[in-house]
Design a protein around this ligand. Structure first.
Ligand code: CDT
Length: 302
């Protein structure tokens, strides 16, 4: 029997610092409703989809920092999104800043929520980029000030019978992300990102920002025979331009659907999961051809 899953990517436009959480959740609910109306069975939202991308600032005030974090998911402000998922029977993956209840850990996290509005699984960003203090000549990007590196590995969860993994922004540039997820059996990788259009440290690469967005995701999809669905937070957010280019990529490496705006936008594609086996047979039959005994350095050397 043919297997498929209809995926929606819910790109958002900028979420300014001045936006109330309730306004932002309104936007996410509207996107989820549009995704469901278009026949999607699962949706992916951006990284840190509930707030502005606050690591662009050095903040010292702990109360101000904590206001960007979610101590519980769902919480009073986000419950409506989960209720919408259950009502419309569409699950979603949502990026947010997680404050752990027990020990106050802080992670850049993405949760996968099921068609019943209940948590299916959690991923915490492994490749946390930037620094903990501003560095001269470099775009301020202080994720390492606010987030610990993820400690949950690269888990894969069963969603409506489909094996789904997640990755967050900078993770998408690393081949290890896709290989780990796919060795764990992923058939679909859901990604959220916030990517500045311009980097002070590399003006010569400015024209390549979108190419370098799609290149690793297309390569990751192709080399691991997996579907990739990636949602950007796009547009000018608190004075910083973020790239869009949200997309759905087939295991062939082809872009099957792509956003055309820098605003709230939904793109949808029916992912043919049988294509994975076809692509795997052509070039990437892991069980038959991979040579892990020859790859030791990949795991042993940074
Ligand atoms: N959010 C995130 O991971 N952004 C990074 C830019 C880092 S610039 C220091 C990215 O890879 O898009």
């Amino acid at each position: 029997m043919a297997r498929d899953l209809t995926i929606a990517v819910c790109q958002t436009g900028p979420i300014q610092k001045s936006a109330q959480r309730s306004e932002t959740v309104d936007r996410l609910v509207a996107l989820l409703e549009r995704a469901a109306a278009a026949g999607a069975e699962i949706a992916v939202f951006p990284e840190l989809a509930l707030t502005t991308f606050f690591p662009r600032w050095r903040i010292d005030d702990q109360a101000e920092i904590e206001a960007f974090f979610e101590p519980a998911m769902p919480g009073p402000q986000t419950q409506r999104l989960y209720d919408t998922a259950a009502r419309l029977k569409i699950g979603f993956a949502l990026g947010y800043a997680e404050l752990t209840r027990v020990d106050g850990g802080r992670f850049n996290t993405m949760d996968l929520v099921g068609q019943d509005g209940k948590l299916v699984g959690r991923y915490r960003k492994i490749h946390v980029p930037g620094s903990s203090e501003p560095e001269p000549g470099t775009t301020v990007h202080l994720e390492r000030r606010y987030f610990e590196p993820g400690n949950l590995g690269f888990p894969v969860f069963v969603y409506r019978g489909v094996r789904v993994g997640m990755a967050i922004c900078n993770d998408r540039r690393w081949p290890e992300t896709y290989r780990m997820l796919c060795l764990n059996g992923a058939e679909i990788v859901l990604i959220g990102y916030n990517t500045p259009l311009l980097l002070d440290e590399a003006p010569a690469l400015a024209h390549l920002r979108m190419f370098h967005n799609h290149l690793p995701m297309q390569a990751g999809a192709y080399q691991n025979t997996v579907w990739v669905a990636a949602a950007a937070k796009a547009g000018v957010e608190d004075g910083q331009a973020l790239i869009g280019g949200s997309c759905i990529i087939a295991p062939t490496g082809e872009i099957a659907a792509q956003a055309i705006s820098l605003d709230d936008e939904v793109i949808v594609h029916r992912a043919d999961l049988d294509l994975i086996a076809v692509c795997r047979k052509v070039n990437f039959d892991f069980a038959r051809y991979r040579r892990p005994d020859q790859y030791r350095l990949i795991a042993d050397q940074v």
